[in-house]
Design a protein around this ligand. Structure first.
Ligand code: PLP
Length: 487
């Protein structure tokens, strides 16, 4: 496919803007451009076709199955878009006085109440813009809490299991804490003996995802809570996997003191490619005074943005947070109502259905009933046929599926982390399982078909690190003389 600059022809126009009969202001010479901007010149249908063709080269939840483990790529109901586009929401200026934004503030307050119910905690801040920012904010709350108790200098360590998402240790380091890593036991739980040996009066807290990134619910969560609370430390729940437990179990009841919720995963919001997201945090009463400002409060029937919180850690994001995300997630929650539990039950059922179809043909590192996702290993395929997790992922694209997450969690060699979500039909799951089994057969009979995958795609195997680190986002006019106007 040609770039839009390569399609450009000098003088071609999409539309002619009428020339207003107004005096032309003189621009100071120092500010005037020497040459007109080098914009592509095309007719309107050419532009339309160009971008329509580009859009077909992308893969999204709207084009196919997207079982990217830990990312919860579920269908985003279109009604959410209708609601977020209502003029009262869409056109609201973030600096509007509270009195003129009562509807929006009420929505935020209601959203806080639902999050309290889902997490089993006492207070919420909607401010953080993503799960990772929720983590960072939660850790700042821990610091404020221990500083107030005079234990800030003493408690410097945060315990993290070796299955943790990379943002956990990154947030710990950014918040000025030290990481203490603990291992995973033979059943895929946090190794409680290792934990006990690593928790003491210097520990500020634990960061844990439950269910973990292995898709397993930690069977020793009660014991873990006793160890941490017994040592005077706090517990942080990475809520990225909340889609498995809504209405079934609550982080607050498990003993967690701070939780982040990835609104863009559990409660639907088009995401991927960098955003937008929402990562509110919910906390226990003892931590409420430190929450970021503003907090949405209610006095009778009046809603306010409350900035008068002297012990607050301050602001972590502009205004009250990513408002469009709030509207979509609120709409999603209200659509499900008390049936949110069913959402999680179906997500867990779908994952176990897929696992049951694949467990005999792939290596299952921890063979237990899974939660909303599961981790397979391509280790045996690699040993016997030289086919890696990356090869499996690339070949899946030929069958029309987005690859699962690969090589994560790090404790599983050749990991394939699969999360189907609740929004997929049985036929889709069957077709995906069949593709995965076909790849196993091909590994034996025709491994080259896998190693050379993907086939017939706009691009083959990319140097992904180079593409991410040194993207070419500027058209090199000088090297393409004749392809576009050069003035
Ligand atoms: C387990 C886990 N924790 C934390 C995060 C970070 O969330 P976000 O991408 O919203 O920053 C992710 C994101 O994929 C995750 O999977």
């Amino acid at each position: 496919m040609k770039l839009i600059y390569e399609k450009s022809r000098p003088g071609r126009r999409g539309l002619e803007i009428p020339k207003p009969d107004l005096p032309v202001p003189s621009v100071p010479a120092a500010l005037a451009r020497a040459n007109p901007p080098r914009l592509p010149e095309l007719s309107e249908p050419e532009v339309l076709r160009h971008f329509t063709e580009l859009s077909t080269r992308n893969f999204g939840v709207d084009t196919g199955f997207y079982p990217l483990g830990s990312c919860t790529m579920k269908y985003n109901p279109r009604v959410n878009e209708r609601l977020v586009g209502l003029p009262g929401f869409r056109d609201l200026h973030p600096l509007t006085e509270d009195d003129a934004a009562q509807g929006a503030l009420e929505l935020e307050w209601e959203l806080q109440q639902i999050l309290l119910e889902v997490t089993g905690l006492d207070a919420v801040s909607l401010q953080p813009a993503a799960g990772s920012q929720g983590e960072f904010t939660g850790l700042l709350l821990m610091r404020a809490y221990f500083d107030d108790r005079g234990e800030g200098e003493q408690r410097r360590k945060i315990v993290i299991p070796d299955t943790a998402h990379g943002t956990n240790p990154a947030s710990v380091t950014m918040a000025g804490y030290e990481v203490t890593k603990v291992s995973t036991d033979a059943r895929g739980n946090v190794d409680v003996d290792d934990l006990r040996a690593n928790v003491d009066e210097h520990t500020a807290g634990l960061m844990l995802t439950n269910p973990s990134t292995l898709g397993l619910f930690d069977e020793n969560i009660d014991e873990i809570r006793e160890i941490f609370h017994g040592a005077g430390a706090l517990m942080y729940y990475d809520g990225a996997n909340l889609n498995a437990v809504c209405g079934i179990s609550r982080p607050g009841d498990m003993g967690f003191d701070i939780v982040h919720i990835n609104l863009h995963k559990t409660f639907s919001q088009p995401h991927g490619g960098g955003g937008p997201g929402g990562g509110p945090i919910a906390v226990r009463q003892t931590l409420e005074p430190y929450l970021p400002v503003p907090v949405v409060s209610r006095e009778g029937d009046v809603f306010r943005l409350d900035y008068d919180r002297p012990q607050s850690i301050g602001k972590v994001r502009g205004f009250s947070g990513p408002f469009g995300v709030f509207v979509r997630s609120y709409a999603f929650m209200r659509t499900w109502g008390p049936g949110l539990r069913e959402m999680s039950e179906v997500a867990v059922l779908n994952a176990n259905y897929l696992l049951a179809m694949l467990r005999d043909d792939y290596t299952v590192p921890f063979d237990r009933t899974c939660m909303h996702e599961f981790v397979l290993s391509a280790r045996t395929l690699k040993q016997e046929h030289g086919i890696s997790a990356l090869d499996v992922a690339k070949r899946l694209m030929d069958f029309g599926f987005h690859p699962p997450t690969i090589y994560f969690p790090l404790v599983v060699p050749e990991a394939l982390m699969i999360e189907p979500t609740e929004t997929e039909a049985k036929e889709t799951l069957d077709a995906f399982a069949e593709a995965m089994l076909q790849i196993v057969r091909e590994a034996r009979d025709d491994p080259e078909a896998i190693r050379s995958a993907p086939h017939g795609r706009p691009v083959g195997r990319l140097d992904e690190v180079r593409a991410a680190k040194t993207p070419v986002v500027r058209y090199a006019f000088e090297q393409r003389v004749g392809a576009a106007p050069t003035t």
